[in-house]
Design a protein around this ligand. Structure first.
Ligand code: PAF
Length: 280
């Protein structure tokens, strides 16, 4: 289904039947990580919608929008097999209109300008705008996002709270390859040697969370050690940071619920990952 009108008509029918609607927005090129989001969504709704839309607004001018892997036929098969009731695949015109003027934008301040926001200006504005539009189109009761994109999840939770969307947001745990690498569509940009090195990200995050979990209080040293471990493997580190889970601010002494986040470039891929940890 490709138009907003068709989707709304179908969802209206479901609502008349009293169904609870669950939604997973994606950019397609689905993998096991997406399937886990879908499984979680299906447990929370009677009807399930997935969208596939590679959102130009969340890519910077020198980023991979043109090359982002697009596999709609395969995605449709995977969604059908996963029990998806409706796949929404709008084109850019359907989502943004004729495009001569920029659309109304949704900006979630502060959280959007730190960490990945520092290296990808405008990215989270693009994400918040498209997700707000998709929420208004689908009007789900529940929506599921991966914890792999932890900053995105925090931005969306904040947007939903601030703009009073009547939607429950669920985070789904990151799905990993056997060697620890977080699943991502961008992993396919890695060459063989880079793919061998990439699990260093998970190992550095594990070392950091172990240090925090066993009582180490020097978070600056933990960040420095994590970044150095990745650099030693030849990754170009954008950041390696310990933050509060709630709002991604720098933790103060009383904060217990933390997350260690990193973004690093390896060849053509920019990889992000994170691990949550509770401080003693
Ligand atoms: O996580 C993604 O795939 C995208 O950022 C999202 C949430 C579908 C918005 O385009």
């Amino acid at each position: 289904m490709a138009t907003v009108a068709e989707l709304r008509a179908r969802v209206r029918e479901w609502r008349r039947e009293g169904a609870r609607v669950a939604f997973v927005p994606t950019m397609g090129n689905l993998h096991a990580g997406h399937i886990s989001l879908i499984e979680l969504a299906r447990r929370h709704g009677d009807r399930f919608v997935a969208s596939i839309f590679v959102n130009p607004m969340q890519f910077g001018p020198n980023e991979d929008f043109a090359h982002y892997p697009r596999t709609p036929g395969r995605d449709a098969g995977m969604l059908a097999a996963a029990g998806c009731d409706l796949m929404f695949m709008p084109d850019v015109h359907e989502m943004y209109g004729p495009g001569a003027t920029p659309p109304t934008r949704v900006e979630v301040p502060e959280i959007s300008s730190v960490l990945c926001g520092q290296f990808r200006p405008g990215h989270f504005e693009g994400v918040a705008t498209v997700v707000a539009k998709l929420f208004n189109i689908v009007q789900p009761d529940v929506a599921v996002f991966g914890e792999k994109d932890f900053q995105q999840l925090v931005v969306i939770r904040r947007m939903v709270a601030d703009l009073c969307f009547p939607i429950t947001i669920l985070g789904a745990p990151t799905v990993r390859e056997a060697d620890g690498l977080a699943m991502s569509s961008r992993n396919q940009y890695l060459g063989d040697e880079e793919r061998r090195i990439a699990p260093a990200i998970h190992h550095a995050l594990l070392a950091a969370t172990r240090a925090i979990g066993s009582g180490s209080a020097d978070l600056d040293a933990i960040e420095r050690d994590g970044a150095a471990a990745l650099a030693a493997h030849g990754l170009q580190v954008d950041y390696f940071a310990v933050r509060r889970r709630l709002d991604l601010r720098v933790p103060v002494a009383d904060d217990r619920e933390l997350v260690v986040l990193t973004a690093a470039r390896l060849g053509k891929a920019r990889l992000i990952d994170n691990l949550q940890v509770d401080r003693l």
